[in-house]
Design a protein around this ligand. Structure first.
Ligand SMILES: Cc1ncc(COP(=O)(O)O)c(C=O)c1O
Length: 373
């Protein structure tokens, strides 16, 4: 049996003609940066999220940096963020000139502790908050946004792992200054390379993101090329947008398939005495960008058992961000991070992509069911 943790080759094989036709159209018209497919992709995502503005950028990391800058984060500003996430959720804060203030998770859903975020905002102990919608389900944002508005605190949603997720029927971004996406190849809608996006209902914020993504250029300035602030060069290549447009045609179908695979895994784990399947928070639609189980005390042994049967797994994440050397003297802690530490020793991610066959899903379920210590 060989069931790798990820495999993009099957997706390519299934949609090769559409991908190659999209690439050929871009190479033929030749507008390889800011071509029409970029605008089409932006409009499509703005409508998907129900937000007025969308700007495609070079990566999810850039999206977070630009959103923080455009929302007005000042040099040295403090930004609360979960310690259980991909490194970019916090490195973007430092790159935007701020300082991460790490918060712990609530262990059931692995999401940032909302009570801690609310307290930090209430006391105005932070200037901004990044809410991470981890693994494919959304954290709560409504009360946070209401309080943040009163206290003048910036709220950015990191929905890199949550395209298609909803909470009480709403997509990410409704309760924030901006929401950021990643189209990294591991994502549910992934580029053949890097890509990201900032979306917001705030027209001024979006105008600033567009300026910052291209060197701070003031488009349409009467004096010609005027660069009004120091910007980045962070663009989504047209060819990537053309592929992402094709992939968006399959978003609902792929999401349904991942959800079906997740249900099969959960059915296999529900009666297992040692393993706990991921919990879906009430009111959430989980897109299972990642299927992350908990295996207290036996995680590495379980990974070895699955590996011996040709099943690839991964750990998201091996360390809390507060323990990563890159943040060593550049962060603050809002709590003891006990639950993040526990999660890092227990979590294991199973292969979950739409191209897994029913037979392969069955093999993973059998291997899980057969696991004993
Ligand atoms: C939660 C989260 N935030 C931010 C990022 C950064 O995105 P990118 O890799 O496109 O820079 C990622 C993914 O890679 C992510 O999973």
């Amino acid at each position: 049996m060989n069931i790798p943790f990820m495999r993009l080759d099957r997706q390519f094989a299934a949609h090769k003609d559409a991908y190659m036709a999209a690439v050929e159209r871009v190479f033929t018209h030749g507008r390889v940066l800011q071509g029409p497919e970029v605008g089409e992709f932006e409009e499509r995502l703005a409508s998907f999220f129900g937000l007025a503005g969308a700007a495609a950028v070079g990566s999810g990391t850039d999206a977070l940096v630009l959103a923080l800058r455009a929302a007005g984060l000042q040099l040295g500003g403090k930004v609360a963020v979960t310690s259980l996430s991909f490194v970019a959720s916090a490195s973007a804060i430092a790159l935007a000139g701020g300082k991460p203030v790490f918060v712990d998770i609530e262990p059931e859903h692995n999401l940032n502790r909302e009570d801690v975020l609310l307290e930090l905002v209430d006391k105005r102990a932070v200037d901004a908050v990044i809410v991470v919608h981890l693994y494919g389900q959304m954290a709560e944002t409504q009360d946070l946004r209401r309080l943040a508005r009163e206290r003048g605190v910036i709220v950015i949603e990191d929905a890199a792992q949550a395209l298609g997720a909803t909470r009480h029927g709403n997509a990410p971004g409704r309760d924030a200054h901006a929401v950021c996406l990643s189209f990294d190849p591991t994502k549910v809608i992934g580029a053949q390379g890097s890509g990201g996006m900032v979306l917001s209902a705030d027209a001024d914020l979006m105008e600033r993101v567009r300026r910052l993504r291209y060197h701070g250029l003031d488009k349409g300035h009467p004096e010609g090329r005027v660069y009004s602030e120091i910007g980045h060069n962070s663009q989504l290549p047209t060819v990537q947008a053309s592929l992402l447009n094709v992939k968006m045609d399959h978003e609902a179908e792929w999401r349904a398939r991942r959800t079906a695979i997740a249900s099969a895994y959960t059915a296999a784990l529900d009666s297992h005495p040692l393993l706990t399947p991921p919990q879906v928070r009430e009111g959430n639609t989980h897109i299972f960008h990642k299927y992350v189980l908990r295996a207290p005390g036996i995680r590495d042994d379980l990974a070895a058992h699955l590996k011996a049967q040709g099943i690839g797994t991964a750990v998201h994440y091996t360390k809390g961000l507060h323990e990563q050397p890159c943040f060593a003297d550049k962060h603050e802690l809002a709590g003891d991070m006990v639950e993040v530490g526990r999660a890092c020793g227990e979590v294991l991610s199973l292969p979950i992509y739409p191209e897994l066959t029913d037979g392969e899903v069955g093999e993973v379920c059998t291997a899980l069911g057969a696991y004993t210590v």
